[in-house]
Design a protein around this ligand. Sequence first.
Ligand code: HEM
Length: 387
Amino acid sequence: MSEHVEDWDPRSEEALTRPRELFDRMREECPVAWADWRGWSVFRYEDVVDISRDPATWSSDDAWDEIDPEDRAIPLRIDPPDHTRYRKMLMPLFAPKRIKAHEEKCRVMAREMLAPLLAQGKGDWVSAFSGPYPVRTLCQFLGWPVEDAEQIQEWSETIVSARVRRDIATFRKMAAVWNDYIDHFFEENRRNPGENVSAWLLEQTFDERPLTQAEMRSIMRLMLQAGHGTTTAAVGNAVAHLAQNPQDQQALRDDPSLIPGGAEEILRLDNPLVRMQRVATKDVELHGKLIRAGEEVGINYISANRDPRGFPDADKCLLDRKPRNLLFGVGIHTCLGAPLARLELKVVLEELLKATSSFTVDPDGEITRKTYSRNEHVTLPLLFTPA
Ligand code: HEM
């Protein structure tokens, strides 16, 4: 039993169905809140930024006690000084040249997957496009068979939900399944190095020694987990907004140079990633609440990104707003894969807007959403009018 008084219920009907409204209210009425499920939460822009920028007070190592240290995600769950070195080593993977080289494959995949939807004139965006697209393109980026994408997506959903539920047995079982799958590519590339991320990792060093098998597995597992669910949620939420706001849709169609910034502004208002975790390394008092050393704090991007204290006219979608929002986080753990995610968002919206004269929500279907661990669409029935 917790000694704290519960301030809110992150598993309430409102949290599951109208998360933005709930998180907006928490930000205004109870900026630091306790819930027995998931511990402390902060909601305001400044608090999320301050916590993200102070890794000495707010550690990212929120691994549960039972978890094997080698299962900690590198670099997400690692604090400085090791984080700095891992991050420096991994940065070249997302260098502009590598991302540029990936663009054409992303575009071809987008066109292929859009074609049946346009031919039918209707379809569920999530199952037909935003679900499978990011994992397929991620497979291409990593140099893995696209045919494995569906299986990877399923494993990934199971492992993410096991983590959220603190279900250690499932988490361990799935980590072992991942490791076997990942090891197979390392073995293959040891024998016959190819042009892919496994081969690249085999050549990297940390502290002047090659990476261990455990480190390479952890990096690969993180890329798989961090690299497509978030993008699926982002591509779903962005397209949902455009389907429901024809003036914004037309503005991006008329001026595609607005697409990259416009997409991030849309996602500021409907943030795909609800929160990330930190652990207090010492007692801290915040807005009158005492957070004790060792307690977990969720930094809620979903509300911070809508905070009027951080954004003038925060509730307005201004497609040309200067992009400086928290979509990809802030501080030392800022999303490493952001260049890849930005590329995918841009390519999908460019191809969709170019191929249609309009798309709208299908009134015969039903939009459904969920909140944890991502704020995303589960179904998004659309009608397409080809260009
Ligand atoms: C729209 C899609 C995405 C969103 C919204 C997103 C969001 C984020 C956020 C907010 C963080 C910071 C976490 C923290 O501070 O604790 C993060 C970290 C990270 N993301 Fe993403 N991400 C996306 C796509 C990707 C992709 C495509 C990849 C790679 C393939 C990726 C890999 C990572 C990694 C490796 C980290 C850890 C960085 C570190 O600890 O230094 N993400 N992401």
